[in-house]
Design a protein. Structure first.
Length: 202
């Protein structure tokens, strides 16, 4: 079994395990949140990550979903029938857990004999996609809250968001192995490297 198959198999197994323990994930996240709060890292996220993240989500809701939305530093106000529905964006809602999971899969997925440039492209695409996924996740939670109600939004936020992250990682690695990552094969003792796309240097 090659590296691609091993990584893809691990992601599938991870997804199955996550589905089995899904009810316990919220409790685990709360424990992890307390640990990070004790470190003090949350202050950086609150000051420099939450405000721009909130503005981006507010822009998606206003211009893409056509929901009247007002934005503050850490809250969204969805206007319905003249009454605002406040959505507080905590530092723990911006999706740092998915970034950690993405970083863990990188440790395995990039171990193969791939060119440096293809690895850089893979990391860039994965990072951008994970960030966009988190924006989409929060925006969809707000849409559910606005049109359906609090309980469906809460269920999606606490449980289905994790499933969405795992689906994204599975799709990302499939696309990466098929199109982004290029294997290197040395043509001689020099520095010239022959890749699937031609000959070049690392």
């Amino acid at each position: 079994m090659d590296v691609e198959e091993k990584t893809f198999s691990k992601i599938i197994v991870m997804a199955a395990v996550m589905l089995l323990i899904l009810p316990f994930i919220t409790t685990f996240n709360e424990m992890l949140t307390k640990a990070v709060m004790n470190i003090g890292l949350y202050r950086f996220i609150e000051a420099y990550i939450v405000p721009p993240f909130t503005r981006v989500v507010g822009g998606v809701l206003r211009y893409v979903c056509h929901i009247p939305t007002a934005v503050s530093e850490d809250s969204l106000y969805l206007l319905r029938d003249g009454m605002p529905i406040e959505v507080y964006i905590s530092w723990n809602c911006v999706g740092w857990q998915s970034l950690i999971l993405f970083a863990v899969t990188l440790l395995t997925g990039l171990q193969g004999p791939y060119t440096t440039w293809s690895k850089v492209k893979c990391v860039a695409v994965g990072l951008e996609g994970t960030l966009l996924l988190n924006v989409f996740r929060v925006a969809l939670t707000c849409v559910l809250l606005y049109y359906v109600g609090y309980l469906p939004a809460l269920i999606f936020h606490d449980y289905l968001g994790t499933v969405l992250t795992l689906v994204w990682l599975a799709v990302f690695w499939y696309v990466s192995f098929e199109h982004l990552l290029k294997r290197r094969c040395y043509s001689g003792e020099g520095a010239d490297i022959k890749t699937e796309g031609g000959v070049g240097r690392e």
